[in-house]
Design a protein around this ligand. Structure first.
Ligand code: TYD
Ligand code: MG
Length: 461
């Protein structure tokens, strides 16, 4: 009898090696190599493939390929449609990741319920919960419609058979880590099982035209558990962000073959499922403390969506030797840089001050356009001088204290104006091709000092 060969596979990245190693040479993680039976068939195929010339596909001109319109249907959830690029694409494979308890199952149950109410046939496969538990959730969100089928199963072969029987137009698999193919030796959740189950689902999606949503667990670092190849295989990867304590849950596309990435969907968990937050800017500013020092509004862009956020800073004298700098929602390194600019170019004495930064609503600001608002908030808190309620500030700050142009300035200004911010500081460079909306005054800043003077922050409060 032939000896079964084993290989070692990294459970983080899928790297394969014939010997056990403590550290994966590919992704550098420790203790992640697990022993698995090597699949002899694929080796043979590989050899064969090297000899055979392969399939005979001909190259075609781009202009000769007929245009194909992707068929989309609405999920009945506007925010989800937006993140998907305008609706659910037929035959697409979408991976949804996020922390436990963030609401992945709830959102996808809502999607199923909406589409079933529209007359579609949907199948919700759960490897984690019983049909009863799914029913409980479905009742909570008020699901109706006769085309909503539920299957509590881990075995991919059964899933395939049920799918062929029902031929649903939408299927949810919750979660991909609990699915397994019994003909393979490794346990559910292992690299090879996840990869094989996902590729089987991809084949099913592409051949039947059914849109498949996969729920993916995340590791403690926040990446989707299992092989990286999972993210390469699927058409779109959506991440649910925001922790359970925060009111808002943000759904982001990090990969999308049918639309733009960086689109953002905003939700709020209620007792009847996930509610869409349509007027996000208003929601984020609703609890804003008016006329408190150290707080200023800026307009961030999340994809094509302008979002007004409240940037807050607290500057207070250091009690023990080393000043503390804490940033939540902005990069710590960026904060250090801006503090150095304020110290050197504006002359604010910050070396003996603790500085705390917070972005309201648990949002995070990664774009440079937030720089100027951070500087304004810090200066305002340091001077103990509030920035009056109708100012908004945005711009990128360079090391010389210069204010650099920002992208999509017009949309940002319009959003500020819509919510009643009629005094807006923008980079001077942007003023060239910006028209102020009616009743709005634009202040062009060339340097951080211009902004400080414009807001009246150069005098002590
Ligand atoms: P769930 O969708 O199961 O999260 P995930 O699949 O991402 O792990 O549920 C999220 C949490 O939300 C859960 O603790 C229960 C709660 N919840 C509500 O507050 N309201 C609701 O209507 C539902 C269905 C769940
Ligand atoms: Mg779940």
């Amino acid at each position: 009898m032939a000896k079964t060969k084993t290989i070692y596979v990294c459970s983080e990245c899928g790297y394969e090696t014939p010997r056990w190693l403590g550290k994966c040479p590919d992704c550098g993680s420790w203790n992640t190599l697990v022993e698995q039976e090597a699949a002899p068939a694929s080796r043979l195929d590989e050899k064969k493939m090297k000899r055979a010339p392969g399939s005979d596909a001909a190259a075609v001109r781009v202009q000769d390929i007929p245009d194909e319109n992707v068929e989309r249907r609405s999920s009945g959830i506007g925010e989800l449609d937006r993140v998907l690029g305008g609706g659910v694409v037929d035959g697409s494979l979408v991976l949804v990741g996020g922390d436990p308890g963030i609401g992945k199952s709830t959102l996808l149950t809502q999607l199923c319920a909406n589409m079933a109410a529209d007359g579609a046939c949907v199948l919700y496969v759960s490897g984690e919960e019983s049909a009863r538990q799914i029913k409980m959730r479905a009742r909570r969100i008020g699901a109706s419609g006769s085309g909503f089928y539920v299957l509590s199963e881990n075995d991919m072969n059964t899933v395939e058979r049920r799918m062929q029987e029902l031929s649903p137009s939408v299927m949810v698999v919750d979660s991909i880590q609990t699915m397994y193919r019994p003909e393979m030796a490794s346990a559910p959740g292992s690299v090879s099982q996840v990869r094989e189950s996902a590729s089987m689902l991809m084949r099913l999606a592409k051949t039947s035209g059914c849109s498949v949503f996969l729920v993916g667990h995340v590791t403690k670092e926040g990446a989707i558990a299992g092989p990286r190849i999972l993210e390469h295989m699927v058409d779109a990867v959506l991440y649910f962000e925001g922790d359970r304590q925060h009111q808002y849950r943000l759904l982001r596309a990090v990969k999308n073959r049918f639309g733009s990435v960086n689109e953002l969907g905003m939700f709020e968990m209620s007792d009847r499922g996930m509610m869409e937050v349509e007027n996000a800017s208003e929601a984020l500013l609703s609890e804003r403390a008016h006329d408190a020092s150290g707080s200023v509004v800026m307009c961030a862009m999340e994809g094509s969506r302008p979002l007004l956020t409240d940037v807050q800073a607290l500057v207070s004298t250091t009690v023990f030797g080393n000043p503390r700098r804490m940033a939540s929602g902005v990069d710590q390194g960026r904060l250090a840089l801006l503090l150095a600019v304020l110290e050197k170019r504006v002359g604010l004495r910050l070396y003996d001050q603790d500085v705390y930064i917070n972005i309201a609503g648990g949002m995070s600001l990664t774009e440079p356009a937030a720089d100027l608002a951070l500087c304004a908030a810090i200066a305002s808190s340091h001077r103990n001088r509030p920035i009056s309620g109708n100012w908004a500030v945005m711009g990128e700050v360079g090391l010389a204290g210069e204010v650099r142009a920002i992208s999509q300035a017009e949309r940002r200004v319009l959003e500020c104006a819509r919510l009643g911010f009629d005094h807006i500081v923008v980079p001077k460079f942007n003023l060239r091709n910006l028209r102020a909306p009616e009743g709005v005054e634009l202040l062009g800043a060339e340097t951080v000092v211009d902004m400080i003077v414009g807001l009246g922050l150069h005098r002590k409060g």
